[in-house]
Design a protein around this ligand. Structure first.
Ligand code: SF4
Ligand code: SF4
Length: 182
């Protein structure tokens, strides 16, 4: 499918910011689409990895920030391992998420930025994730109190989720890492 970018939406600033944050130069992308063909979330998103890179190359501007893949990317690095040009897509997606939050541009269904924020907050608080706390905060933030609650007893029974956070991690050490990354 051809990529259409309206002239008034072109903006070199985003490409530059992505390069500065991620350290990745997307100029070498050949559009071979090996990343897209190997990506486990391609079937779930409207904008594919190779298209994000192409849009960046063409200075498509901030419209990229609201692409579904930016928030659906699982940072699995499959694309990176397949890319003949060694383009680190997961780092590009990280950079796009950071810029998206800064510019308040994320409007994805389900409020993934809120989920991300609480994911990091629980790591900051306990030194590792606390799934139940994170889910509770997310549900309050999205008013989705009863969605998927039927799965909770089974997850508890199979020990896929814990009632209480773990206190085994070295919190100070983790806090230091998070502080450095800010
Ligand atoms: S695999 Fe690499 S070179 Fe090929 S389209 Fe994806 S980013 Fe571009
Ligand atoms: S890192 Fe993201 S874009 Fe790359 S293959 Fe994994 S999910 Fe897809």
């Amino acid at each position: 499918m051809p990529i259409v970018i309206s002239k008034e939406k072109t903006d070199t600033g985003l490409l530059q910011s992505v390069k500065e944050i991620s350290g990745v130069d997307v100029a070498g992308c050949l559009q071979c689409k090996k990343c897209t063909n190997g990506c486990p979330v391609t079937a779930l998103v409207k904008v594919h990895p190779s298209e994000i890179i192409r849009r960046l190359q063409l200075n498509a501007g901030d419209s990229i920030l609201n692409s579904d893949l930016v928030w659906m990317c699982a940072s699995c690095e499959t694309c990176f391992s397949r890319c003949p040009m060694q383009i680190d897509m997961a780092s590009v997606m990280d950079a796009l998420r950071i810029i998206s939050v800064k510019k308040n541009a994320a409007k994805q269904k389900g409020n993934v930025p809120l989920f991300n924020r609480w994911f990091l907050k629980t790591i900051n608080m306990f030194g590792r994730t606390y799934d139940l706390g994170m889910i509770a905060a997310y549900k309050v933030g999205t008013s989705s109190y009863f969605q998927d609650t039927d799965k909770f007893p089974m997850m508890l029974q199979k020990r896929k989720i814990a009632l209480f956070p773990s206190f085994k991690a070295d919190k100070k050490y983790v806090k230091r890492i998070l502080k450095k990354k800010r």
